[in-house]
Design a protein around this ligand. Structure first.
Ligand SMILES: Nc1nc2c(ncn2[C@@H]2O[C@H](COP(=O)(O)OP(=O)(O)O)[C@@H](O)[C@H]2O)c(=O)[nH]1
Ligand SMILES: [Mg+2]
Length: 455
């Protein structure tokens, strides 16, 4: 599916700006643009030239720099030409219309990247990294996206695929020689190769999970009874006076959302209405929404401020939440420890699992950093070096590869070489899909359609 018509789009963000860039791609796009330029001479390759963009009467519309990249040495691998004019949305609309009149078509979202992919200029993981770089919500996310764009992720997948090929060659050969006495399927060599493969895949999956946290971020809900200091905690985390703090119970009703960056992860913190019985329909609705948000959160900070028995607090939490408590995403937070200097962080066994209890003073900023660290830990962020950015699609493909590997190993232990070979073949397919090999056009189109126009 290699299209060759000429596409055009504004490569810069819409709106008034110092400069706006129009980009064209497709065979002959240099000629198409040149027909609108004065002076009319040939466009130098890969060097800027100053030209006027003129209308059909020869009147200058805009003046700017033209850059021409003939195929195949361009972003898309096709002829590409750019006009860098003044950042006037009105003028850019006029120029776009003129180019469309001459036969250029408005590019679909992500179509430049899609063409680059089809011409082998980048693989799918790299193309996705461009979109992720543009959308990055933190410095670490942006740096990680850049690593993926430079092929770090693709190279890692390639090394897993290579280790897999070694194993496959061995297993296939073992099947061919299965009538011989030697038990190839249980050989030291194969076990060592399989271990190496497992190790590589596990490492890649782990790093991809870290990258996904940087890409999609997490939601954190602060919940608890009225007046325990939920809004104060939101303010402490935000480092700003975002929410109204008051000694009157039931002040917060609507959900308040604040975006922050925590250890490179985009985090949305939600302050919610305090859980209690209420006759006020507005507050009741707020509480209903608070419970819903708490259920969906990646992490739930359950705040309390009494010295009561922790078990009672958890029992109360369990009674009020309308969904089964998931300890893996729960932090119990004791606020106002400025009033009880003897406080010490501890933990509690809930349903056989360890749940942290952390003390803070939202009002005086005590324990907030430790809480942030625990929160990052809870959602699985390990402060390792920069991971590569990964999407849900990547995690799913890697997890699928892992399942095939597990299945293959189980088959091998049973001496079922044929079935193991088949699992390993499927595993190769999962890995190939990461870089866009063997993906149906429809799925590819879907991925590129989520990019922005002009990219
Ligand atoms: N001593 C003390 N008071 C606090 C602390 N955090 C909040 N408060 C007070 O507790 C009251 C309720 O706080 P607020 O944040 O509005 O609680 P919310 O209803 O849970 O949102 C206010 O009077 C706060 O000043 C704290 O860490 N120490
Ligand atoms: Mg509040």
């Amino acid at each position: 599916m290699i299209a060759s018509d000429i596409i055009v789009a504004l490569a810069t963000a819409p709106g008034a700006a110092g400069v706006a860039v129009l980009r064209l791609s497709g065979r002959g796009c240099g000629e198409l643009l040149r027909a609108h330029l004065a002076p009319a001479g040939p466009l130098p390759e890969r060097r800027a030239s100053l030209r006027d963009f003129v209308d059909s009467q020869g009147q200058t519309l805009d003046r700017g720099l033209v850059l021409y990249f003939p195929a195949p040495h361009s972003f898309t691998g096709e002829d590409v030409v750019e006009f860098q004019g003044h950042g006037s949305p009105v003028m850019m609309a006029i120029l776009l219309r003129q180019l469309q009149h001459s036969g250029a078509r408005l590019a679909r979202p992500g179509e430049f990247s899609e063409r680059a992919f089809h011409h082998g200029r980048l693989d799918l993981a790299q193309a996705e990294a461009i979109a992720d770089l543009i959308a990055a919500g933190s410095e670490q996310a942006a740096r990680s996206a850049m690593r993926s764009l430079q092929g770090e992720f693709s190279r890692r997948v390639a090394s897993v695929a290579q280790a897999l090929t070694t194993v496959r060659v061995y297993v296939e050969a073992a099947i061919d020689f299965s009538d011989q006495d030697i038990d190839f399927l249980h050989s030291e060599q194969l076990l060592a190769d399989l271990n190496k493969l497992r190790h590589l895949l596990a490492e890649t999956l782990q790093e991809a999970r870290q990258g996904q946290l940087l890409q999609k971020g997490i939601s954190v809900v602060i919940a608890g009874h009225p007046n325990v200091g939920k809004s104060s905690l939101l303010n402490a985390l935000a480092g700003d006076d975002v929410a109204i703090v008051s000694e009157h119970a039931g002040t917060t009703r609507d959900i308040l959302r604040q975006n922050l960056v925590l250890q490179g992860m985009p985090v949305q913190v939600l302050d919610t209405a305090g859980w209690r019985e209420s006759d006020d329909p507005v507050e009741s609705e707020g509480i209903r929404r608070a419970l819903l948000a708490a259920e969906k959160a990646d992490a739930l900070l359950y705040l309390f401020d009494t010295d009561g028995d922790l078990k009672d607090i958890v029992a109360d939490l369990q009674a009020r939440s309308t969904w089964p408590l998931d300890i893996r995403r729960l932090l119990l937070v004791r606020n106002k420890i400025d009033r009880c200097p003897q406080w010490q962080d501890s933990f509690l066994q809930i349903e056989g699992q360890r749940c942290e209890v952390i003390g803070i003073s939202a009002k005086y900023g005590q324990g907030i950093e430790a809480l942030q660290d625990r929160l990052a830990q809870l959602v699985g962020r390990t402060p390792t070096e920069l991971p590569f950015l990964a999407r849900q699609r990547h995690i799913e493909a890697l997890e699928q590869a892992w399942q095939y590997l597990e299945a293959a190993q189980a088959q091998l232990q049973q001496g079922m070489g044929d079935l193991a070979a088949e699992d390993l073949r499927c595993m190769q397919g999962s890995l190939a899909s990461l870089c866009g090999e063997m993906l149906p056009d429809e799925l590819l189109g879907h991925i590129f359609a989520s990019f922005c126009i002009g990219k």
